[in-house]
Design a protein around this ligand. Structure first.
Ligand SMILES: NC(=O)c1ccc[n+]([C@@H]2O[C@H](COP(=O)([O-])OP(=O)(O)OC[C@H]3O[C@@H](n4cnc5c(N)ncnc54)[C@H](OP(=O)(O)O)[C@@H]3O)[C@@H](O)[C@H]2O)c1
Length: 244
């Protein structure tokens, strides 16, 4: 059985890798992103990889909430939605830039919960659907080097937890995706270490979570569950003294 999957932020490296696998399943893919030229190239590639149909939506910018309903209307009825966009700001530069903090919170939190709410209402009315959202392990504990990004992602985690609880009786699945370090354009300036996964590996984890998995909260890759278990177990009086 093939599905119709809407991907918001389809040009993200992790979304692209996930989309390749959904295309190979023969899914219909509906793509939305800011850059129409990159989206056209991606659409052609996914068609070659086996997608039964590709629909490209008008440019999608997470800061333009007044376009969201029209975008979802144009996508029409979908079985699955993957929210994949996000931005990783320079934490130090933001510390004295309240407007920048507001902008980043809008991209990584406000717009994500806005879209999730609109999608949830549509899926609830239909009585089925899967909403998968990429948050981050950064949202599980605040640390000095990225607590602005982390708090936005943490807010998304809590929001999805409540949404899952609300939608459970209505046949709608809500999946929280928690990647650790993934080698994508977002982390291009960060020195790579052994904990980094490739975008292809992350895409495979996300594809599995959406198509075959049963888990509500999925670490990407899975070993991050153990790392975060340890990090979260460190008592706050010790944690606050660490340089993380
Ligand atoms: N890479 C990691 O280590 C890592 C770890 C944990 C979580 N994540 C999360 O994983 C998701 C995917 O990121 P990625 O690593 O695949 O990075 P990526 O390849 O750099 O993709 C980021 C995507 O977000 C889009 N975007 C940014 N701001 C937007 C806006 N205002 N409106 C619409 N689209 C916007 C970008 O579009 P443009 O190309 O037009 O800029 C790009 O497609 C993000 O939510 C990120 O926070 C990443």
């Amino acid at each position: 059985m093939t599905h119709t999957t809407l991907i918001l932020g389809a040009t993200s490296a992790m979304a692209e890798q996930t989309a390749r696998l959904l295309a190979a399943d023969g899914d219909k893919l509906i793509l939305a992103a800011r850059d129409p030229e990159r989206l056209e190239i991606l659409a052609k590639d996914l068609k070659v990889r086996g997608a039964s149909e590709i629909q490209v939506l008008p440019p999608f910018d997470a800061s333009k909430a007044d376009t969201f309903d029209a975008l979802l209307d144009e996508a029409g009825e979908v079985d699955r939605v993957l929210i994949a966009y996000g931005s990783l700001p320079d934490q130090e530069a933001l510390e004295n830039d309240p407007a920048g903090i507001r902008r980043e919170m809008c991209t990584n939190f406000g717009s994500v919960i806005d879209l999730s709410s609109r999608i949830a209402t549509r899926m609830q009315a239909k009585g089925s659907g899967t909403l998968a959202v990429i948050s981050s392990v950064a949202g599980l504990r605040g640390r000095q080097s990225n607590y602005i990004y982390g708090s936005a992602k943490g807010g998304v985690i809590l929001f999805l937890q409540g949404l899952r609880n609300r939608l459970q009786p209505h046949g709608v699945r809500v999946i929280t995706l928690l990647p650790g370090f993934v080698d994508t354009p977002m982390t291009a300036d960060i020195e790579k270490g052994p904990l980094f996964a490739s975008a292809a590996k992350a895409g495979a984890c996300i594809h599995k979570a959406i198509t075959r998995g049963k888990c509500d909260v999925v670490y990407v890759p899975g070993f991050w569950r153990f790392i975060m278990w340890i990090i979260r177990a460190i008592p706050e009086p010790i944690f606050k003294r660490l340089k993380l």
